[in-house]
Design a protein around this ligand. Structure first.
Ligand SMILES: C[S@@+](CC[C@H](N)C(=O)[O-])C[C@H]1O[C@@H](n2cnc3c(N)ncnc32)[C@H](O)[C@@H]1O
Length: 388
C-alpha cells in the first residue's frame, strides 16, 4: 500500500488479487488530511486483511476497534500486523455479534470508517448498531468502489445517521461523508425477519448471512440427496457426528435434525453472524416445538474451513462451498474445505458437496478421495458424494 505497509490476503496470497483496494487507499489519505491523530477512539467496519485498521495504527492512532463479521479478515489483519512488526495491543478485534464500542470507555467514537458492505440490508443492520456509539462530534466516513455506491446507499446513511455527501471518484473509488444528526427515536429499526424452509422450519434471516431470505436451491438439492443416507446405514459404523461446513444460516444441519434429532452437528463458518444465527435458529425452532434436539448436543464454531476440527471425528460432512471471496472468484476456499473434510472424516465417512455444474468439483475432489460420485443433479447444480 502507499502508506508503506506490506499486506497480504489470508490465509494464502492469491495471484492477481491484492489485500486492499482503491477505497482503502482513498479513505486513509482523506483521514490523514482531515483528522488529528488520537481525537477519540476509531472504529473500522468491514476491514479486509487489516488495510484500514493497520493503516490507522501505523499513522499513530492510539485506539482502534475493528468490527467485522469475518474471522478470516481478523486473522488476516493479525498476520499482516506481524508481517509489518506493528504492535496491535491497542486494537480490539470485535466480532459483528458484539455491540461496537470503544474498549476504554463508553464515549462515542471519534472516527468511524466503514467499507460499504454488499447488501443494503446489511448496511442498515450495521448503521443501526453503530449509531449507538456515534455522537454529534464523531467523524463518519465510508468508502467503496463506485459501482457499489448507489442512491439507495446514500439514502440509508441519511436516514440512519445524518446528512450525507460524496467525494469525486478516485481510481473508481468514492467516499461518503456523513454528519451525525439523526436522533435515536427518529431512527427506523429494521424488523426482525425470518423465512420458512420447505420442511417447515422457521430460520432467522440475518442480512449479513448467505441466502438469508430462502433456502439456496443448491442446498435444497444437497438436502434431497442426503436424506436417503440418513436412514440407510450406508455409512460404516452408523451416522452420529455431522459437520455443516460453511453453515451460513444453518439450513443444512437444522434440516437434518428434523429427521435425525439424535445427530450431533458442528455448525461452523468464518462468519460470526452465520454461526450465531444458526444457534439462534435452533433455539427458535426448539421453542416452537419444530425441533427437539437440545442446543448442548451441538457445537457452534467460528473457524477457517473447519481447521480446528479434530482428525477422524466426523461421519458426514456437508458443504455448499463459497466460490466468491468478496468480489473475486476463488477456488481456494473450496479446496481448503475439501482438504479439511478428508482429514476430519472417519474411515468410511462421507463428504457430500453441492456446486454449480461448471465448477467441476467432481474432478477436484479426486485429489483427496479416490472416488467421487454424482448422486443428484439438475440443470444448474451437481451433488457429489465421496467416501473417506
Ligand atoms: C454458499 S454458502 C452456504 C451456506 C449454507 N451452508 C447454506 O447452504 O445456505 C458458503 C458459506 O461458506 C462460508 N465461508 C466462506 N469462507 C469460509 C471459510 N474460510 N471458512 C468457513 N466458512 C466459510 C460463508 O460465510 C457462507 O456462509
Amino acid at each position: 500500500m502507499n502508506d508503506g505497509l506490506n499486506l497480504e490476503r489470508y490465509p494464502e496470497p492469491e495471484v492477481n488479487l491484492r489485500a486492499w483496494n482503491a477505497a482503502d487507499t482513498y479513505l486513509l489519505e482523506w483521514i490523514n488530511d482531515h483528522r488529528m491523530v488520537g481525537d477519540g477512539a476509531c472504529c473500522v467496519v468491514n476491514d479486509s486483511f487489516g488495510a484500514l485498521a493497520l493503516g490507522l495504527i501505523a499513522a499513530g492512532e492510539p485506539e482502534v476497534v475493528s468490527w467485522s463479521d469475518s474471522f478470516l479478515a481478523h486473522e488476516g489483519a493479525r498476520a499482516n500486523a506481524a508481517r509489518n512488526a506493528l504492535d496491535t495491543t491497542n486494537v480490539t478485534w470485535l466480532p459483528s455479534t458484539a455491540q461496537p464500542q470503544a474498549a476504554a470507555n463508553d464515549e462515542p467514537f471519534g472516527l468511524v470508517v466503514l467499507r460499504v458492505p454488499k447488501s443494503l440490508d446489511h448496511l442498515d443492520h450495521q448503521l443501526n448498531a453503530l449509531a449507538e456509539s456515534i455522537g454529534p462530534d464523531t467523524v463518519v466516513v465510508a468508502g467503496g468502489m463506485t459501482k457499489q455506491i448507489h442512491t439507495s446507499t446514500l439514502k440509508k446513511f441519511e436516514k440512519l445517521i445524518g446528512p450525507t455527501t460524496t467525494s469525486l471518484a478516485q481510481k473508481k473509488a468514492r467516499l461518503i461523508f456523513v454528519t451525525p444528526e439523526v436522533e435515536p427515536e427518529a431512527r427506523p429499526r429494521p424488523p426482525a425477519k425470518t423465512f420458512t424452509t420447505s420442511g417447515g422450519l422457521t430460520l432467522i434471516a440475518n442480512p449479513a448471512v448467505f441466502s438469508s431470505t430462502k433456502t439456496d436451491p443448491g442446498s435444497a438439492l444437497l438436502l434431497e440427496a442426503v436424506a436417503p443416507l440418513l436412514h440407510h446405514q450406508d455409512l460404516d459404523g452408523g451416522l452420529r457426528d455431522v459437520v455443516d461446513l460453511g453453515c451460513g444460516s444453518g439450513v443444512v444441519g437444522l434440516t437434518l435434525l428434523q429427521s435425525r434429532p439424535d445427530l450431533t452437528i458442528t455448525f461452523t463458518d468464518e462468519s460470526y453472524l452465520a454461526v450465531n444465527t444458526s444457534q439462534a435458529s435452533l433455539e427458535h425452532n426448539l421453542d416452537r416445538g419444530a425441533l427437539t434436539s437440545p442446543v448442548e448436543q451441538h457445537r457452534f464454531l467460528v473457524d477457517d474451513c473447519g481447521a480446528t476440527i479434530a482428525d477422524g471425528s466426523a461421519d458426514l460432512v456437508c458443504i455448499n462451498p463459497p466460490f466468491h471471496d468478496a468480489t473475486a472468484q476463488t477456488h481456494a476456499i473450496a479446496a481448503r474445505m475439501f482438504n479439511n473434510a478428508a482429514r476430519m472424516l472417519r474411515s468410511g465417512g462421507k463428504l457430500v458437496v453441492v456446486g454449480n455444474r461448471h465448477l467441476n468439483y467432481h474432478t477436484k475432489l479426486r485429489k483427496w478421495f479416490g472416488q467421487a460420485d454424482v448422486i443428484a443433479s439438475n440443470r444448474r447444480f451437481v451433488v457429489i458424494a465421496a467416501t473417506a
